[in-house]
Design a protein around this ligand. Structure first.
Ligand SMILES: Cc1cc2nc3c(=O)[nH]c(=O)nc-3n(C[C@H](O)[C@H](O)[C@H](O)COP(=O)(O)OP(=O)(O)OC[C@H]3O[C@@H](n4cnc5c(N)ncnc54)[C@H](O)[C@@H]3O)c2cc1C
Length: 432
């Protein structure tokens, strides 16, 4: 009997547990190590931050569903991975042995790298549900006492879609509260141009997003590095394309929400051979660490090099569909190893993203994520808002029922021509 541990029960980890449970069958043990018993749907955090959702509405207690799926849940979290010994040390000192482990710990949020930055200092966050709840309180204060707002993403950030999304959602929420006319808004981003998104643009995201920002009266600063955040202003260095300083801005603000840079979590950071210098897990094309062959990784914690050189560092986003493709490949690869075969599945890592603007939105598909691409498509419209609500309802249902990919999802993805796995060559001797 093999023991497979999934470390982290976020977007990647929960469906990883369901898919690997299906793939390896009942003869093997599957465990999930999480921080607490709840799953929370991160893509809805921008809605929580303006009061369009409650935290409870996007949270699922995993206890029952994990039991039903014959998966052991350890909610005490992990303190440290010891890959040489194939042991995971938990928060309460318990030690779990494993045959295979999938790391799905998402990001550690690097607020401490910038003076005055983060929800414990002078800026808001939507990266975690609890942060979004705090941001809602700040939003209420803003409505009561309107003033300038800054939204964006700092140097080293990789998650730009939610920054744009929150700028437009906030614009809509302020219009609904009839105070938008008293709130000058600036979008401050490390991207070299609006709509770069860490992907060197997708379709005409530059044109689409510039136009939307103009139409919503949001000014912007690109190639921007946040030097310091204070309660009433931000100090921002705008860089030339060659990385030399161009101009320093003192941007007045009463409400700031900027996406931080990400790094690996404490339980894994700094393990030689496992992580890169930022603590992201190094994997091969089968999602497997080249040194510790029992270790796999999926989601935001995976090391992916940037798409090219930029004046201010920007990372590559890891979106939901890309993460699902990593999960499907990993489940198949672990099942094959358990059967004594070699891994053969590769996630397609296609970037599919829906960015909601509250009443419309933009969508893009980048296939593959690094240009030149076979599919390089972006579009905007009211349908994106509806599609994002559909994505939320559907994903939360998937987590509640414990069924990772029902038939109609497969069908829809195939109709769209989007594959989770790169074509696998199957030798004639193997079952098809
Ligand atoms: C605000 C925001 C909005 C986003 N919106 C979208 C969107 O609309 N569409 C889209 O495709 N993508 C979106 N993304 C990107 C991405 O899909 C999400 O970040 C997604 O949640 C990442 O999944 P993950 O499993 O890698 O990490 P997470 O979902 O963050 O899960 C990681 C889990 O690991 C746990 N963990 C960490 N350390 C430990 C430990 N030591 N022990 C045990 N557990 C641990 C954490 O508590 C967490 O539950 C968004 C990202 C953000 C930040």
């Amino acid at each position: 009997m093999a023991h497979i541990i999934v470390l982290g029960a976020g977007l990647g980890g929960t469906i990883m547990a369901y898919e690997v449970r299906d793939a390896v069958g009942k003869g093997h043990k599957v465990s999930v190590v999480s921080k607490g018993k709840d799953y929370s749907f991160v893509p809805s955090n921008p809605w929580v931050a303006v009061g369009w959702r409650t935290k409870e509405a996007i949270t699922v207690d995993l206890t029952e569903v994990m039991k039903r799926r014959d998966i052991d849940l350890y909610p005490q979290g992990a303190r440290r991975l010891h890959p040489q010994e194939k042991v995971l040390e938990l928060g309460d000192g318990t030690k779990l042995d494993y045959d295979y482990i999938v790391i799905a710990t998402g990001p550690d949020l690097a607020f401490d790298e910038i003076e005055g930055f983060g929800p414990e200092k002078h800026t808001q966050s939507i990266c975690m549900a609890d942060h979004a709840v705090m941001t809602k309180a700040a939003f209420d204060r803003l409505v009561a006492n309107p003033g300038p707002v800054v939204i964006g993403a700092v140097q080293g950030a990789s998650c730009f879609g939610p920054a744009y999304e929150f700028a437009f959602i906030l614009d809509k929420a302020l219009r609904d509260a009839k105070v938008r006319d008293k709130v000058p808004m600036t979008f401050v981003t490390s991207e070299p141009y609006i709509g770069h998104l860490g992907l060197d643009g997708v379709g005409d995201t530059k044109g689409l997003l510039e136009s939307e920002l103009r139409q919503h009266h949001i000014k912007w600063i690109t190639n921007a590095k946040l030097d310091k955040a204070e309660a009433d202003k931000l100090t921002v260095s705008e860089m030339n394309e060659d990385g030399t300083p161009k101009q320093t801005h003192e941007v007045p603000t009463t409400f700031t929400m900027m996406l931080p840079a990400f790094r690996g979590v404490e339980a894994v950071i700094g393990i030689e051979g496992l992580t890169n210098p930022r603590g992201f897990i190094v994997v091969d094309k089968h999602q497997r660490n080249p040194q510790f062959r029992e270790v796999f990784a999926v989601g935001v914690c995976v090391a992916i090099p940037p798409v090219g050189k930029t004046a201010v560092p920007v990372g590559v986003p890891k979106t939901g569909f890309m993460i699902e493709s990593m999960v499907t490949a990993t489940a198949r690869n672990i099942a094959r190893l358990v059967e004594g075969k070699e891994p053969d599945a590769e996630g397609s890592w296609n970037a599919v993203c829906l960015a909601d603007f509250g009443d419309s939105g933009i969508a893009f598909v980048a296939q593959p994520q690094i240009p030149p691409r076979n599919v390089n498509w972006a579009s905007s419209g009211k349908w994106v808002h509806a599609a994002k609500i559909g994505f939320e309802k559907y994903f939360i249902r998937k987590i509640r029922t414990g069924v990772s990919e029902p038939f109609y999802e497969k069908l829809a993805l195939q109709v769209l021509g989007i594959d989770k796995l790169k074509a696998i060559k199957v030798t004639p001797a193997e079952p098809q």
